[in-house]
Every structure is written in structure tokens, then in C-alpha cells.
Design a protein around this ligand. Structure first.
Ligand SMILES: Cc1ncc(COP(=O)(O)O)c(C=O)c1O
Length: 379
């Protein structure tokens, strides 16, 4: 059985974790800062590590003071965490449709969705392919609103030569095992604005204020810490930062291997009609988290099931977020975002990872043979 995504853990990763377990620290120790500094080198902006990609989004929305009545424009082709964490602040979620090929938020649709209450645009780098960040940035600057990039899929990708993480006001990452690198559960927030990053960090650490210059209660001893705004515990422990540090050293190699997988699929699937492979814009260099293909909607189910039957644990990413009952029950309509619906109805995510079993030429032949057979069966 070959899953659609899987972590790669080597001996160095194991050793790093074991060493952390034997150290004086399990939770917040020296490896947290070391991991954050290593992340900054890759993503091009200072970072705060947190316990998941969902936590990272929650912290990013806290950093912009998201409040009831604010509107946040998001794409439907994403994992629901993009919206859930904003909705929990009482914000109104607005959906802008996606581009038909990349499934990333369409800047033209964003422009139409702006109102005086819009507080932020959230771009999701679907499958690892960066969204049209310059166009989105221009809209944000014109309307004086924030650009948040949900880069759960795209650590290691670049946009016009710039690393994902160095462009949006706030960028969020996930280190779940299927992602481009893993800390088991984990995530991070990056920001090009120190004050926004500090707010995200404080929210992730119970809202605790420890700097005496900021204290509102004075004349206390060295034990003192106080809270000005509520926060939560979203800390990533030292043990998992140890894994992250080790995985970051492998990231460049992971990117090369993922792009080899991408090319191998391109070769074996090149001569199949009724199949669309992922698009790459000329100005991005993605680190591929998923390999999303598109087949005719009326054949997707059969093809999906045949692939699964033969041991390829393919996936569909994603049911458009505005189709979830939680949105439908609040009056949202699937018909508002037809491109997202069309993309969803045709998509299948093929296995994408760096593990040796998938990288063998034999794997690509096998999956393309099964796929071709499935396409015939589905007619
Ligand atoms: C686009 C996107 N955003 C956010 C998340 C949430 O990340 P996590 O699972 O680390 O909480 C995911 C996870 O699948 C995701 O794909």
C-alpha cells in the first residue's frame, strides 16, 4: 500500500530526537530558538514555531487582531483549518474562486470580494505552487489590508526567486508528516513585520508578558509575568524542534527528490488523453507537496477506486471548504465558486514523497499501467 504522502525519517533524525530526550529539556529549551533560526534561513523572515499548521493560522489571525465583523477572503480549495481558525474569532469568511489550473485563489475574484470590512486576504499555495502573490499584494496595499499566506504545502518553494515566507505579511507552515518536512505535529509563523510576529508569538505562549518595560503591574519580584490579551499554549517542544532541525538540513535534498518524482510522473503520464497534469507558472519554483492530476469528472470515482484497489492510496484534495455543512448551514452556496467545484470534481492526488519505494522506476510504470486501465474501465 503506497500512501499519497509519507514522512521520511533517517538515522540522523532519530539520533537528534534521542539526544533531545536525553537532554535537560523536553519542552521549551535551546532547540526551539535553534529551529526558529534555521527556519528563518530557509524562509527569509523571522519565525515562531508552534504546535501545528492550524495553530500557526490561529496565531496569524490573532496577530492582525481579527474581530467579529471583520471579513477574511479565502480560497475554497484548502483544508478547512484556513477558515476555521478565522471563524473562531467571529470573523466572516468570504470565498473567492480559484484559478482553474493551479487551484490557487484568483486575484480577479478577490478584487470582486473586497468590502470596507475586509481585513485580510489569505492565499493558499495549493500543492506547493505559490499563489499570485504580487497581484494579491497590490490589492492588499491598495485597500490597506493584510496578506496572509497559508504555506502549509509550500515550505521550500520560491516565487520570482524569493522564498515563500518572505513575501506575505504573515506566512504559516505545517510540519504534519505528509508535508515537505515533518516534526510529527508542528508548524510555524513567519513575518516580515517584527511587531506582528511578536503578537503571534505572545498568542502562542498564553499571552504572557515577561518584559518588565511593558509591565502594567509594577514592584513585583523576578517571578512576575502578566497577561494583557488572552493566548493559548501552542508551543512546539524541544524534542520536536530537534526533529525539525534535522529535517531542515535535508530540505534541499527533499526538494530535488520531489521534483524528480514530479518529472517521472510527467514522463509516464505524457501520452494519456483526458488527463491534466499540474500546471507550473514560469515565475515559481515549487516544492511539490501533492501531485494533483485532473480527469473527467464522470470518470474520477472509478479511477480513484481502481487505483486504491491496486494499492495506491490516492486522495482527493479538497472538498471545497464552502461545501462543508458548517458553511452550508450558514447560507454559503457551492455555486458561488464554480471553478473550485469543477476542480474538486476532477482531482486525484497521486503519491508524492521521497521514500525509495516510490522513487523506483518500477513504481511509476506500475501506477501508470493501473491508471491507464482505470481510465479504460471508466469509459
Ligand atoms: C492548506 C492547509 N492549511 C492548514 C493545514 C493545517 O495544518 P496542521 O494539520 O499541521 O494543523 C493544512 C493541513 O493539512 C493544510 O493543508
Amino acid at each position: 500500500m503506497i500512501p499519497y504522502g509519507r514522512h521520511s525519517i533517517n538515522d540522523a533524525d532519530v539520533e537528534a530526537v534521542v539526544n533531545a530526550l536525553k537532554s535537560d529539556w523536553l519542552t521549551t529549551g535551546p532547540l526551539v530558538e535553534e529551529f526558529e533560526a534555521a527556519l528563518e534561513k530557509i524562509v527569509g523572515a523571522p519565525c515562531v514555531s508552534v504546535s501545528s499548521g492550524t495553530a500557526a493560522l490561529h496565531c496569524a489571525y490573532a496577530a492582525i487582531d481579527l474581530k467579529p465583523g471583520d471579513e477574511v477572503i479565502t480560497p475554497p480549495i484548502t483544508f478547512i483549518a484556513t477558515q476555521a481558525t478565522a471563524a473562531l474569532f467571529g470573523a466572516k469568511i468570504v470565498f473567492a474562486d480559484v484559478q482553474p489550473d493551479t487551484a490557487n485563489i484568483d486575484p480577479a475574484a478577490v478584487e470582486d470580494a473586497i468590502t470596507p470590512r475586509t481585513k485580510a486576504i489569505v492565499a493558499v499555495d495549493y500543492a506547493g505552487h505559490p499563489a499570485d502573490l504580487d497581484e494579491l499584494r497590490a490589492i492588499c496595499d491598495r485597500h490597506r489590508i493584510f496578506l496572509i499566506e497559508d504555506a502549509a504545502h509550500s515550505i521550500g518553494s520560491t516565487y520570482k526567486g524569493r522564498p515563500v515566507g518572505s513575501i506575505a505579511d504573515l506566512t504559516t507552515f505545517s510540519f504534519f508528516p505528509t508535508k515537505n518536512l515533518t516534526t510529527a505535529e508542528g508548524g510555524a509563523v513567519a513575518s516580515i513585520h517584527p511587531e506582528l510576529l511578536e503578537k503571534a508569538k505572545r498568542f502562542s505562549r498564553q499571552g504572557l508578558v515577561r518584559d518588565s518595560d511593558e509591565f502594567k503591574i509594577t514592584n513585583q519580584g523576578a517571578w512576575h509575568q502578566e497577561v494583557h490579551e488572552f493566548g493559548l499554549n501552542y508551543r512546539l517542544p524541544d524534542v520536536l524542534c530537534a526533529l525539525g532541525i534535522s529535517q531542515l538540513k535535508r530540505l534541499e535534498n527533499f526538494k530535488v527528490q520531489r521534483s524528480e518524482v514530479f518529472k517521472s510522473y510527467g514522463k509516464v503520464f505524457s501520452d494519456i488523453s483526458d488527463l491534466e497534469l499540474p500546471t507550473i507558472r514560469g515565475y515559481v519554483d515549487p516544492m511539490w507537496h501533492l501531485f494533483p492530476i485532473r480527469v473527467p469528472a464522470d470518470r474520477r470515482r472509478v479511477v480513484f477506486e481502481k487505483l486504491r484497489e491496486d494499492g495506491f492510496l490516492v486522495q482527493v484534495n479538497y472538498l471545497p471548504a464552502n461545501w462543508h455543512p458548517v458553511f452550508v448551514s450558514r447560507g454559503y452556496k457551492a455555486s458561488d465558486t464554480p471553478q473550485a467545484g469543477r476542480f474538486y470534481s476532477r482531482e486525484i492526488s497521486l503519491p508524492m514523497m521521497v521514500n525509495p519505494e516510490i522513487l523506483s522506476p518500477h513504481f511509476f510504470e506500475r501506477i501508470s499501467d493501473t491508471f491507464k486501465l482505470a481510465m479504460k474501465l471508466s469509459i
